[in-house]
Design a protein around this ligand. Structure first.
Ligand SMILES: [Fe+2]
Ligand SMILES: [Fe+2]
Length: 188
């Protein structure tokens, strides 16, 4: 599946600009993590880009989130991309009954999904609301603050240390740099 096909599938099904931006952010971070692990950047990027493509159609049925997308993916030749499907399915395992993440790929998507939200929140409290004003240190300072971006699951992010072997400060640095590189697309 090409990036163009993935992007078209996403934008065919997602109307909300913030959700598209979230998917672009997760794509960028997943590509950076793939590079870090010497894995397939395009495949990891596509998993990030697509992971929430059925979010708007499953808002009333969270247990269907990712399963609708699996149906749509049937139209594509994804024989070699089982890992991509597994990563997408595992990111919603709390609701869809799938197994929790197991591989580096699956854990990477699961952990960075929430981190992108924390980084966006950190940008929005900067005087200029820009990602370029956010530092790794400022994200780390906000990390334990429960009153800040309360919807962001810190535990889910911190599992990076146990499951993909990247310490939290490094994980934040990788994600922040990847998001800063596409700040114009993120509108931040
Ligand atoms: Fe999701
Ligand atoms: Fe997400």
């Amino acid at each position: 599946m090409t990036r163009e096909q993935a992007y078209k599938l996403l934008t065919d099904h997602v109307k909300g600009q913030n959700l598209i931006r979230h998917c672009l952010a997760v794509e960028a971070v997943m590509k950076a993590l793939a590079k870090n692990f010497n894995e397939d950047e395009d495949k990891w990027g596509n998993a990030g880009l697509l992971h929430d493509a059925d979010w708007e159609t499953t808002t009333e049925t969270p247990e269907r989130h990712t399963l609708e997308l699996m149906d749509w993916l049937e139209d594509f030749d994804l024989e070699d991309d089982d890992a991509l499907k597994q990563a997408i399915l595992a990111h919603n395992h709390f609701h869809n009954g799938h197994e929790p993440p197991k591989t580096n790929f699956e854990w990477s998507l699961f952990c960075c999904d929430e981190l992108t939200g924390l980084i966006v929140a950190c940008a929005l409290v900067q005087p200029d609301k820009k990602l370029e004003s956010v530092t790794k240190e400022s994200v780390l300072r906000k990390f334990p603050e429960k009153s800040f971006a309360g919807g962001v699951d810190r535990e889910q992010i911190q599992l990076c240390e146990e499951h993909i072997g990247i310490e939290l400060p490094e994980f934040i640095a990788i994600a922040l740099e990847a998001m800063q590189a596409i700040s114009d697309q993120l509108g931040l």
